[in-house]
Design a protein around this ligand. Structure first.
Ligand code: 2F8
Ligand code: CA
Length: 278
């Protein structure tokens, strides 16, 4: 019984399918035939056409939307690009200004530093030269001080910037002078009334550094300076009246006018002078 029912159902379906194929075949044939007829809209080709048209329209709309979107995006991008370009130009100007200012400041600083360096170099050179001079002056003063101390220890007497040595033996004028020279001094030169007052306190007769041996009557000190202020004893000099008297001695004790010219080869004491202060 069941098998019989199934069979009937199967046959009915097969029959339906057969009718369907027949109907489809018919529709196709009719469509092909109706390309030029009124039956076109009723066939599946019309639907395809509409579908294509709708699709095309949709694509057009899509394209338009896309174009608008791209156009908007492009405008936006162009605006951003313009802003960026302006910002870049602005930054370039700022960078140029900063670089320019920095370059000027660096150049100014370099110029000032170079000037300061040159000035420091000059100062250093001056300082070194001054230091050398001061060092030499100090050493010279040390030597002079040592020399003065030694002379004082050897019996030299200090007066007004000079030290004096009075011999204990007799010599002629030339030998007396040589002795003074060997002691780093020379025969006494009297430059002032005070020095004359100092000299006249010595009770012994002593050679001093005054002579006219080169030219008679032209009295000169041993340092080459001519005689300007003199303290001749009364009647002196009198070389021309008696014999040759070309050298000068301190003759009279306690008298300002104490000088006498006498023969240079006579032997008496002598007095040396050494300046220790300028
Ligand atoms: O020794 C020479 C000396 O002789 C005399 O002094 C002692 C003379 N004095 C007088 O004539 C006053 C000096 O002039 C002379 O130099
Ligand atoms: Ca004389």
């Amino acid at each position: 019984m069941a098998n019989g029912d199934n069979r009937e159902e199967f046959e009915l379906r097969m029959d339906g399918l057969a009718r369907s194929d027949a109907l489809q075949t018919c529709s196709v044939e009719e469509g092909e035939e109706g390309e030029e007829g009124e039956a076109t809209s009723a066939v599946p080709g019309g639907k395809l056409y509409r579908l294509v048209a709708v699709s095309f329209g949709f694509l057009c709309i899509l394209q338009a939307a896309l174009n608008i979107s791209l156009r908007l995006g492009l405008s936006n991008t162009e605006a951003r690009c313009k802003n960026l370009t302006e910002e870049i130009d602005n930054l370039k100007r700022i960078n140029f200004a900063i670089t320019h200012n920095m370059t000027q400041e660096i150049e100014a600083t370099r110029y000032n530093l170079t000037r300061e360096k040159d000035e420091l170099k000059r100062n250093l050179t001056d300082f070194e030269a001054r230091y050398k001079v001061l060092t030499e002056e100090r050493d010279e003063l040390k030597r002079k001080l040592t020399d003065l101390v030694n002379r004082l220890q050897q019996g030299w007497v200090y007066f007004s910037g000079s030290v004096y040595y009075i011999s204990s033996i007799n010599k002629n004028w030339e030998e007396s002078r040589n002795d003074c020279l060997q002691r780093g001094a020379d025969l006494m030169i009297i430059n002032s009334k005070e020095e004359q007052d100092f000299a006249e306190q010595v009770k012994d007769r002593m050679w001093i550094g005054l002579t006219d041996r080169e030219t008679e009557g032209m009295w000169k000190w041993v340092d080459g300076t001519p005689l300007t202020t003199s303290y001749w004893a009364s009647g002196e000099p009198n070389s021309f009246e008696s014999r040759e008297e070309d050298c000068v001695e301190l003759k009279y004790y306690g008298t300002v006018e104490s000088w006498n010219d006498r023969p240079c080869d006579e032997q008496i004491l002598w007095v040396c002078e050494k300046k220790v202060l300028p």
